[in-house]
Ligand binder design. Structure first.
Ligand code: DX5
Ligand code: ZN
Length: 242
């Protein structure tokens, strides 16, 4: 059921977010039980989820196929929580339009997925959505150097994208800290860092310490047998201390 949500603007348009020193939580819809989608979305609204993270996988850029165009469009009708679209697809420039990005939504594309990331990020911006560039674990942070004017956030993959339930790649923790320093040194303190992959409470604390702002919550944090997703989300926020 759709319902108004407090703190909805926490991550939107630079209101709140980094400036407010508040972490943002983005439950991973790929992990949600489709048979209980309404109650799950209600629980996210009640527990103050900031974004709905939607993994789109094309079976080519990553070895898996996940959430598609119709799912995204229907999800918008079921919740007021803004979407955080993570496009793990080859040549995202051809496909961004299919998802009809809405103002205030985050849309991430992978640096590795197109020779023309700037053009695709510009397309996302022109739709009023918030462009984000995603980096696989092996992609250097300096890849974002000529994109700093085109992005609102960088998504650091802390596992190789494709599946839930993988183990953190330890070198990505240092990468988050390096990226935060790089952004600050280049006069971009407002660019946010999202982390995706094995974001457990224990890893999340290290990611927060390294400078992460937006946490994708999947099987490591909130989607567990016998656990209420809303309670788990609240517990995660409490454990992070803000
Ligand atoms: C991985 C997906 C994540 C995944 C993360 O490519 O983007 O959304 O669900 O959750 P974990 O790693 O905790 O299962
Ligand atoms: Zn993702």
């Amino acid at each position: 059921m759709k319902r108004p949500r407090e703190g909805r603007d926490a991550g939107v348009g630079g209101v709140g977010g980094r400036a407010a020193g508040r972490i943002q939580l983005a439950p991973s819809m790929m992990c949600a039980d489709i048979s209980r989608i309404s109650e799950t979305l209600d629980a996210f609204a009640r527990s103050g989820a900031d974004w709905l993270h939607v993994d789109v996988m094309d079976g080519a850029f990553v070895p898996n196929i996940q959430l598609g165009v119709d799912y995204v469009k229907q999800l918008r009708g079921l919740s007021d929580i803004p979407l955080d679209l993570h496009l793990m697809v080859h040549e995202p420039g051809d496909k961004v339009d299919w998802f009809d990005p809405q103002p205030g939504e985050y849309v991430s594309i992978h640096y590795e997925a197109t020779p023309h990331p700037q053009r695709v990020l510009d397309t996302i911006r022109n739709k009023g959505a918030r462009p984000m560039i995603a980096l696989n674990p092996a992609t250097p942070i300096a890849s974002v150097g000529y994109l700093l004017g085109d992005i609102d956030a960088v998504l650091i993959m802390t596992v190789n994208p494709g599946y839930a339930g993988q183990s953190l790649i330890p070198s990505t923790l240092g990468k988050i800290a390096e990226l935060r320093a790089y952004l600050d040194e280049h006069g971009k303190p407002d660019i946010e860092i999202e982390v995706d992959g094995n974001v457990s409470v224990a890893n999340g604390l290290k990611m927060k310490e390294a400078g992460a702002d937006i946490f994708v919550l999947g099987s490591s944090a909130i989607f567990k047998d016998g656990v209420s997703v809303g309670d788990a989300l609240s517990d995660f926020r409490a454990a992070m201390g803000r």
